[in-house]
Structures are given as C-alpha cells and as structure tokens.
Write a protein that binds this ligand. Structure first.
Ligand SMILES: C[S@@+](CC[C@H](N)C(=O)[O-])C[C@H]1O[C@@H](n2cnc3c(N)ncnc32)[C@H](O)[C@@H]1O
Length: 348
C-alpha cells in the first residue's frame, strides 16, 4: 500500500480515518495493519489492505475468487480482443482508444470490483501520467490484480474491500469506474450511492450494470442461478458444461428461425433469428462464441449464473437513482445484457 493511499482510507465501520500501525518506514507498506479509533484493525498483507468482507457476501467472494483464479479460462489474446470490440459497441465509440479519454488527466481513478484487473489492463497503461489508479475488489482476485497492474503502472494501488462498506473517505476520488459490479452486491442502488459518495464534486461515475431482459429469459436465469449458486464453485462449473455444450450445438446447427409476428408479452419482436441467438437472447444463456475455446465460453456462463446476487435493472431505475443524487447523465445506452452509463456529480 502506498503512503498516498492512506490519506484516502477510512474505517468502513465508523467512517473515521485509519492510521498505519507497524509502519514499514517506507513509501510502500507490504505487511502491517490499519487501525480505526475503536480498536478495530485491518491487516495489510501482500501490500494490500484487507477490509474484512461481510458474511452476507461470502458466496460472491468465493464465486469470483474461483473464477478469477482460472486464468487459463480468460486470458487468451482472442478473448481480450473480443472484450475490446464489445466495449466499443457498448459505449458507441469508433475505437477503443476513445475509451481511454473517459478518464481525467490527473487525480484519482477508483475502479470498484476490478476483479483480477483483466479489463483494467486494457486501459490503465493509457491513463495520463499523473493519474493515480486504485483497484478494489471483494475477492482474492485483488492479489492477481496487483501482480498484473503494478508492473504496468507505479502509480497504482489495491484494496480488498466491499463497496457497501466503502473504505474510502467521502469526496476523495475524481472518477469511479464500476464495470459489471454494482448488480452483484446485495443492493445495486446502495452500491451506486456508495460510489457517488466517494466522488469529489464534479467527478464522474462510469458503470455497466445488467439490464432487465424479456420474461422467459428472466425466469430461466433466476431458476438456473438459484440452483447453481448453492453449489461450490467447482461443482457449479462442472454442472454448467452441458449448457455450454448446448450453446455450441445450437451455434453449429446454423439454423435460422423466423418469428412471424411480434409477441409483445414475451418482448420478442418479429424477424429472422439465428437459432442460438434466439435462445440466448430470449430463453437462456446458452453462450457460444466459436472464436473462443470451450473453457473461455464456460467462464462467460459461470460469471452469469454462479454469483448469488445478479440484479437486473431498467432505464427508469438508473434515471431515478441519478436524479435522487443530483447526477447528470451524459451517456446511457443498452447493449446486449447491460446498460452503459456515464454520469457527473454536480460541482460546488
Ligand atoms: C463480473 S466481475 C467484473 C470485474 C471487472 N470489473 C471487469 O470488468 O472485468 C465483478 C467483480 O465485482 C466484485 N464484487 C462483487 N461484489 C462486490 C462488492 N460488494 N464490493 C467490491 N467488489 C465486489 C467481484 O468480486 C468481481 O470481481
């Protein structure tokens, strides 16, 4: 943990500043502890302050810890390029280079729920020199994030913590980035508010959250998630294999289906559909991308169905939250299963 990060941290239980105990006497603390006013302490291990995650999110922590440890299932070059292509569409960009301009030229960028910083590794090297990047995640993936990002950027730091018990002081950062995260907490709305609270006036919140889908897909998703999220991660991974194989079979069938008329109560518009896309978009996540290997396809489905919390939201939800916090939405777009949103906190 860098000395500059200490100035930003608070005890999540009290909101009061924490102090460093067992200081290593350098700019970087690798092992030690942070102490709050009431005798609570939080360890620093492997250079990362650990704000103990609450029990109600133990499943989330375990699920994502498992997923991000399976590095061979998501670290291929092909998958990174696919993520970039999707991101360009999500944000209505011409090229990924435009994405780097989302971030300020100086100050602090906090990525909450950065996971193993797989996505962060795409944009962090392009941040302006003066920007301090801090990644936070609930799970042990934060250790992988540190290994991945530190060699790319010295001005970076890492915290294991919970968005809902935010260990950062109010109005302490310039940009909060939350990609595919807020809906995995017990309350998307509370997580959203926690992010707004740590933003400085005039700061920006950029986030992707799950979108409410059609009724059949919502029903099936809830059913599968309720079943799989009770299983230990390795078992759930195994149980998902037949679903991934179904996605592959549907894709390889190369069948086109015509839906002759709109079916409004199923939110299914008339038109020509590739069979696998029809099933994927409207019935269940039978994901298959022929450019990816089996494990990478599995990884994608596991991320969707295993975490216990995965709330889906409407545009009205997002507009209501932003309105109540006085945030001005500068961008909002639905693409596939997510909403992409940028919003600015009012200045003083
Ligand atoms: C789908 S992953 C997204 C990772 C990364 N943002 C990306 O785009 O690749 C969601 C991440 O959010 C983290 N997460 C879930 N609930 C959290 C919470 N309450 N506080 C902090 N992180 C959380 C998970 O551990 C996981 O790494």
């Amino acid at each position: 943990m860098r000395r500059s990060t200490l100035a930003l941290l608070v005890d999540p239980a009290s909101g009061e500043r924490v102090r460093l105990v067992q200081p290593a006497g350098t700019d970087e603390t690798v092992a030690g502890a942070l102490a709050g006013n009431d005798g609570r302490t939080y360890p620093i291990r492997g250079g990362i302050p650990r704000f103990v995650p609450p029990d109600d999110q133990a499943q989330t922590q375990e699920s994502f810890g498992y997923k991000w440890q399976k590095q061979d299932a998501y670290e291929s070059e092909g998958y990174l390029r696919l993520i970039e292509r999707d991101e360009v569409v999500r944000w209505g960009l011409r090229a990924m280079s435009e994405f780097y301009d989302f971030f300020p030229r100086s100050g602090i960028v906090l990525e909450v729920g950065c996971g193993s910083a797989h996505f962060a590794s795409l944009y962090v090297p392009h941040l302006a020199r003066d920007v301090e990047w801090i990644g936070m995640d609930l799970s042990s993936a934060i250790d992988i994030a540190r290994e991945r990002i530190r060699p790319l950027r010295e001005r970076s730091d890492f915290v294991q913590g919970d968005i809902l018990q935010m260990p950062f002081a109010a109005e302490s950062v310039d940009h909060v980035f939350a990609r595919g995260v807020l809906h995995h907490t017990p309350s998307t709305e509370k997580a959203f508010r926690a992010c707004v609270r740590v933003l400085r006036p005039g700061g920006e919140l950029t986030f992707l959250i799950y979108r409410k889908l059609g009724p059949i897909r919502e029903f099936t998703d809830d059913h599968i998630r309720a079943y799989l999220s009770k299983l230990p991660p390795a078992e759930a991974w195994k149980m998902l294999e037949p679903l991934t194989k179904l996605g592959r079979a549907l894709n390889e069938a190369r069948v086109t289906v015509t839906v002759p008329e709109d079916i409004p109560y199923l939110e299914l518009p008339a038109g020509e559909y590739d069979l696998q896309r029809l099933v994927y978009d409207h019935i269940l996540k039978a994901y298959w991308n022929p450019d990816l290997d089996f494990e990478t396809n599995q990884h994608n489905t596991f991320d969707w169905y295993h975490p216990q919390f995965a709330f889906h939201h409407t545009e009205d939800d997002i507009r209501r939250w932003c309105r109540s916090e006085g945030l001005a939405i500068t961008f909002i777009k639905a693409a596939w299963t997510s909403w992409a949103v940028r919003a600015v906190k009012p200045g003083r």
